[in-house]
Write a protein that binds this ligand. Structure first.
Ligand code: CP
Ligand code: NVA
Length: 326
């Protein structure tokens, strides 16, 4: 919570690569410790979190629907000793068009952090530019970095720890131009993963995100590649991820998207080409029979329920990282 007047710049998490490789690794390692401590009881967890929030409030702003993000940030803030304050666009002045900069100036004087789910990444950047408290991306049309942090945590858990992440091959199938594809590219590159995006040619990732991910991967030993055949993306992959073919706001395109995306559906037949023991990720909500078969989503290769739970642990660790001790 800041008073008026200049102060040190806060740490924001607007993009996956706002965390350096060392920071991402430390956040994931803390998340694993927080998860283990939570399972052992609250008394063990408190010293780890260092009372990161104390009694401070955190604003959770939602311009779009949410189940997992809303729940996990609410529970996470409570477990860190803070108070979540949820504001929906439909019932606030943000939704009526109050300038983002003005909203930021009002919020930053009252809360310890601002978590925002919105459409335009540029809007989030304006919020951050006018806030002296950390701003966290809870999903934009461009990126979903909190989700990919939880996904990396899930991969680490299933593959023997954070140190096992570099070199892991992750294939993402589906809409290569959506927020999940972009965050797998950027966040995966930070973690040193080999990320392959399998998508129809007309749904290629944003070239700027791809270029940024390529630059990060060059420094971490990872790689990023876009292919247009699902089998090529999945071949030998350690992790196969997918997401809805129709993101929030694209509902009018649902009909025209079904045919081009159909070859990218994650099925048992497709997974036959993945590495033995490969796991499946989906940020949820899932549409069984479209981007993923029910057999896969509800089967033994599915890591999705761990993935959904890990939103909580990853975001608690992120908040501790951004806010530090109270
Ligand atoms: N995966 C995810 O962000 O879910 P919600 O839309 O329910 O928050
Ligand atoms: N790509 C999806 C993710 C939902 C969590 C969307 O933006 O709707």
């Amino acid at each position: 919570m800041s008073a008026a007047g200049p102060g040190p710049s806060p740490r924001h998490f607007l993009r996956d690569d706002d965390l350096t490789p060392a920071e991402q690794s430390a956040v994931l390692a803390l998340a694993l410790r927080l998860k283990a401590a939570r399972a052992a009881g609250e008394a063990h967890e408190r010293p780890l979190a260092s009372a990161a929030l104390g009694p401070r409030p955190v604003a959770l702003l939602f311009d779009k629907p949410s189940t997992r993000t809303r729940l996990s940030f609410t529970v996470g803030v409570l477990e860190l000793g803070g108070h979540p304050v949820t504001v929906d666009a439909a019932t606030s002045q943000v939704g009526r068009g109050e300038p983002v900069a003005d909203t930021a100036r009002v919020l930053e004087r009252q809360v310890a952090a601002i978590v925002w789910r919105t459409g335009a990444q540029e809007g989030l950047e304006v919020m951050a530019a006018h806030s002296r408290v950390p701003v966290v991306n809870a999903l934009t049309d461009l990126l979903h970095p909190c989700q990919v942090l939880a996904d990396l945590l899930t991969v680490a858990e299933h593959r023997g720890g954070v140190a096992a992440l570099p070199g892991t091959v992750l294939a993402y199938l589906g809409d290569g131009a959506n927020n999940m594809a972009h965050s797998y590219l950027l966040g995966g590159a930070v973690a040193g993963l080999h990320v392959r995006v399998g998508t129809p040619p007309e749904h290629r990732p944003d070239p700027r995100v791809l270029a940024d991910a390529q630059a990060v991967a060059a420094a971490t030993g990872g790689s990023v590649r876009v292919v247009h055949r699902a089998e090529e993306a999945v071949e030998g992959a350690d992790v196969v991820a997918t997401d809805t073919w129709v993101s929030m706001g694209q509902e009018a395109e649902a009909g025209e998207r079904a045919a081009p995306f159909a070859p990218f559906a994650v099925t048992e037949a497709l997974l036959a080409g993945a590495a033995p023991g490969a796991g499946v990720l989906h940020c949820l909500p899932a549409y069984r029979g479209r981007e993923v078969s029910a057999e896969v989503l509800d089967g033994p290769r599915s890591w999705v329920w761990d993935e959904a739970e890990n939103r909580l642990h990853a975001q608690k660790a992120l908040l501790v990282h951004l806010l530090g001790p109270a």
